[in-house]
Design a protein around this ligand. Structure first.
Ligand SMILES: [Zn+2]
Length: 224
């Protein structure tokens, strides 16, 4: 488990400094660990001796003392494909309408990126180094939760109602408002556009056709 609080000796002043990992990073770390990723927070002696002091110390340059501002999530330990997929996901997430302004920068797969997913320059880090801005300790990033959901999506209840997934298709009779999730002689009503989006995202992630097929005839099947 990642260290969330502790005391560390400042090699410059010789003082013992109590520290706590920024709250928003505690949340990100917990979710990362729940999917089997290793996470680090406070730095090793190399980090602690560094000047200017970085995010893995509780005395980062220009920041209040006592907060650790960065975590390392070892996504690279899962192999090259996982690492690349994570990098692309993190970029997409930062370019989406999710609020990522709490991110000072992140490093992954040999590159450094800004909070908005724009690449800055090369980085020596291949793991995911996530570093937070001053004053943003309590932000809710939601990044690792979104990654967890992306890798292992929750099955929408409509599929549970039908009792199967891969044979299900979305259909609509042209000119009618109702969209149906249908297959094997059954159909269940998709109640609104929000549910439709959730269902389509799930189908896409599984490689099932997710378009709404138009039909001139009424959609057959027993309503479930
Ligand atoms: Zn780091």
């Amino acid at each position: 488990m990642v260290a969330k609080t502790g005391t560390v000796r400042n090699p410059f002043s010789g003082r013992s400094v109590p520290w706590a990992l920024a709250k928003c990073l505690q949340r990100e770390a917990e979710i990362a660990e729940s999917i089997g990723l290793i996470v680090y927070s406070i730095g090793n002696p190399d980090h602690l001796d560094n000047r200017p002091a970085g995010g893995h110390t509780p005395w980062r340059d220009g920041s209040p003392v006592g907060v650790v501002w960065a975590i390392d999530i070892m996504v690279d330990a899962k192999g090259k494909d996982y690492l690349r997929e994570f990098e692309q996901f993190a970029i997409r997430y930062c370019k989406s309408d999710a609020d990522t302004t709490a991110i000072r920068f992140f490093n992954v797969n040999g590159s450094q990126y800004k909070f908005n997913g724009i690449r800055k320059w090369d980085s020596g880090d291949h793991h995911f180094h996530l570093e937070i801005e001053n004053g943003k300790q309590n932000a809710n990033l939601g990044l690792m939760a979104a990654w967890k959901e992306y890798k292992n999506p929750t099955t929408p209840e409509e599929f549970n109602r039908l009792g199967f997934i891969d044979d299900a298709r979305l259909k609509q009779q042209t000119g009618k408002p109702e969209v149906w999730l249908t297959g094997r002689g059954k159909k269940t009503h998709v109640p609104n556009p929000t549910r439709l989006k959730v269902i389509q995202a799930f189908m896409k992630a599984r490689g099932i056709p997710s378009n709404v097929e138009q039909s001139s005839a009424p959609i057959p099947g027993t309503v479930i």
